[in-house]
Design a binder for this molecule. Sequence first.
Ligand SMILES: [Zn+2]
Length: 434
Amino acid sequence: MGLIARARVRAAVLLALGTAYIAIEVSAAAGAPETVVEVEAYRGKYSAEAWCRALVEAMPGYVSESLSVVEARLGIIPDPAVTIQILLRDAHPQTLKAISPSRRPPFRTFHYPGGRVHILLNMEFFADMRHDPRQIVLHELVHAVMRTHLKEEDYTKIPHWVREGLAVWTAEQTDERIRTVIRESVRRGSLDRVVPGLEAGDHGLGRYAEYALAMERLVERSGNDAIKKLAQELCAGESCQSVVSELSGERYARFLRESNAFARTRVATKIPRMIDAYAAIVRADKARKYSDVERRAGRFLRQHAKSWLAPNVMYFRAKAARLRKKPARAAKLLDALLDRGPEDNDYFDEALYQLGAVRLEADQPARALESARRLLRDHPDSPLLDRALYHQIAALVARGMDDEALAAIKLYERSFANGKDRRKVAALKRRVGS
Ligand SMILES: [Zn+2]
């Protein structure tokens, strides 16, 4: 495979002194031109926070590390003729006139006119370590490096399962995706819907486990080099179907079918033994049998405190306590849950919402304000933004912070004309106005 020469990654970091970018030069084999990866200097709502400064500072290191991993695992390096730019942004900048839940993926890579490849990273999704920046940079660089070799229309012709499968497999996110799929299968009542076949069903984050498992199957059949050949030949413009058939020794349709069976089996082996107890809690929550939820969740957490299903169970338990009018207990459970961090917690934003509600009910507006602000700042994708903004308004009014309350009310009116709490917001407006 002559397309991609062995490369030496030189992490020459030109730190941003007056310039907008940190550039990382990746030098290819001797004499070849250099690829430049640029990291945009970040100026956003987290600029002053220690975790954010540390992340931005570490970014060039993550990039050069990631390029080495991409080369080692996929055998590809970026085309030196194309610059990759990493843009660090806020999905919801503080200057927004109106807000709505962001439906865009938090991180994405795309061709930019003028022959650049952009990686866009929204900083909110790194707050609270919701995502590991090392893994995210590596994942996105897999897409970016491949894009440097292909025109946009040729890259997007490659099926989703191959593009995402390569990125998830390389970034070693497969197990995390499998755990998500198992929790999702309980919520939706069937594994069929979450592992429907590589080219069946809707594309989305929930599908990544099956995509990455297709790569694992290819490795089991044909060895690690098969993945390298797949990436290299796709970068050389070969058709996906013929490369997959050639590497797997199977007709393409058969490969899809067998990979689906493989994924189901593999996911099934990762289902933990306490899944039935978990499913009973999910059902009781759905049926609003909250005393049942509390009892079952308490037992689950005594028996399986270390399970990766525990964070969701803690959430169901806390929500049940709140709805059964035990605010002090609910607040304590929610604090403990949020302290654990977002790993394996599908309800992190909802926990913040519940905590805001509990604190308002317990007449602790200062603390309610904290939860509401955190949800609004860090979770631009949450469907609960309107509810959190109402909590914020109620807390501001309760604290007598009328100017801020009025500004928040105006934001609510511009953003959520049909919001669930609009009447309560209107009543608070009359109170502040009088
Ligand atoms: Zn991806």
